[in-house]
Write a protein that binds this ligand. Structure first.
Ligand code: PMP
Length: 366
């Protein structure tokens, strides 16, 4: 393979429920490793399912026109500034394939969503990852310094951050972006946008980035708040049609399937369901945080549907032990974060199972 590929790690997507059931013989599985929405998709959308499957002898709409127009209404962006992807992770890959040459520099944060580093490295780019502070905040001065240090092709990070859950407010984001060279592509990954919307000061990047004359992309997904992770569909909102044209050149023509497009469209017609499940998750997140504090942990306040936690022990070992209880979470491996894990906010019963198993395995109880 290319040397860049030989040096890459394989993305760790975690174990599936079936794998855990078989390997650990666990009676119940609490799947809290992938930030899924346990309340499921809109029931109104689910009623469309059979209709959609009858269309499957046809190719899907290559540009997802109906969905782009529905998204345009909701996001207040023109439909030709929108592109769909086979999950937003595919869009991250397309951005890297279209914009990065060997030796280009990308700035992101650490810890980060793995693909924000893996896809740039696949292209031979150099990734400078600025550590999030010990208090679990974006380190604005260090990020500003990093974006100014040398030519910069892409600034990319998620807001709220995966895995930490912290968020960057509008003044900080504008200040950071203003420090980037004028042609740097700004990519704000808002996979958890719907969960953060209720947080005071959370900026919708599509509303503030246009204040700067530069190319930008905001990424969102139907995998989280809309609970369609299994169908693989996400989208990009872009500063201009030029960016979309560039991405379309490297996009597989039929990259999003018909069922995903149809279910996403139907879900947008029932946003009340999405908002209810987000509200339930946010309320449960606060209960979960309090329970963790009672068990002696100091989780970082989260603006998303997961909690980042320093468990004071090697997180990979803790994760392995939790699997024996049927509890799946994600341990962090990067230097400086080896005792940290990320747990999704699931249904109360699953979160309680995690709390119980964690207390047993780390010896911390009420
Ligand atoms: N970006 C971030 C920050 C994520 O956490 C995730 C999913 N874990 C993705 C992108 C990918 O989401 P999807 O491909 O399911 O849209």
């Amino acid at each position: 393979s290319r040397p860049e590929v030989a040096a890459l790690p394989v993305y760790n997507a975690g174990l599936s429920e079936d794998e855990v059931r078989q390997k650990y013989n666990a009676p119940h599985i609490s799947k809290l490793g992938s930030n899924e929405n346990p309340y499921g998709p809109s029931p109104t959308a689910l009623k469309q399912w059979e209709n959609l499957t009858r269309q499957m002898f046809r190719y899907p709409d290559a540009t997802a026109s109906a969905l782009r127009h529905a998204l345009a209404q909701i996001t207040d962006m023109p439909a030709d500034h929108i592109m769909l992807g086979n999950g937003s992770e595919q869009i991250i890959r397309l951005i890297c394939e279209a914009y990065l040459s060997p030796g280009d520099r990308v700035v992101t944060v650490l810890p980060s969503f793995g693909l924000h580093m893996i896809w740039p490295e696949m292209m031979g780019a150099r990734v400078d990852a600025v550590s999030i502070t010990a208090e679990g905040r974006f380190d604005l001065p260090a990020m500003k310094q990093a974006v100014q240090a040398a030519p910069l092709k892409i600034l990319m990070f998620s807001n709220p951050s995966n895995p930490v859950g912290c968020m960057m407010n509008a003044p900080d984001m504008l200040e950071l972006v203003a420090c980037c060279p004028p042609d740097t592509l700004i990519v704000i990954d808002e996979a958890y946008y719907e969960y953060a919307q209720g947080s005071p000061d959370y900026p919708d990047a599509t509303k503030i980035l246009p204040r700067q004359e530069r190319p930008w992309l905001v990424l969102r997904t139907f995998s989280k708040a809309y609970a369609l992770a299994g169908l693989r569909i996400g989208y990009a909102l872009a500063s201009d049609t030029g960016v979309i044209t560039t991405l379309n050149k490297v996009r597989d023509p039929f990259n999003t399937n018909m069922a995903a497009q149809g279910m996403a469209l139907a879900s947008l017609r029932d946003r009340a369901h999405m908002r209810d499940s987000v509200a339930a998750t946010v309320a449960e997140r606060e209960r979960f945080m309090l329970a963790l504090a009672r068990q002696g942990y100091a989780p970082v306040p989260s603006h998303a549907n997961f909690i980042f936690l320093d468990v004071g022990h090697d997180a990979a070992i803790v994760a392995e032990r939790l699997l024996r209880h049927g509890v799946i979470i994600k341990p962090w491996r990067e230097k400086g974060f080896e005792t940290c894990l990320r747990v999704s906010v699931g249904l109360p019963v699953d979160n309680d199972r995690f709390l119980h198993a964690l207390a047993i395995e780390t010896g911390q109880t009420d």
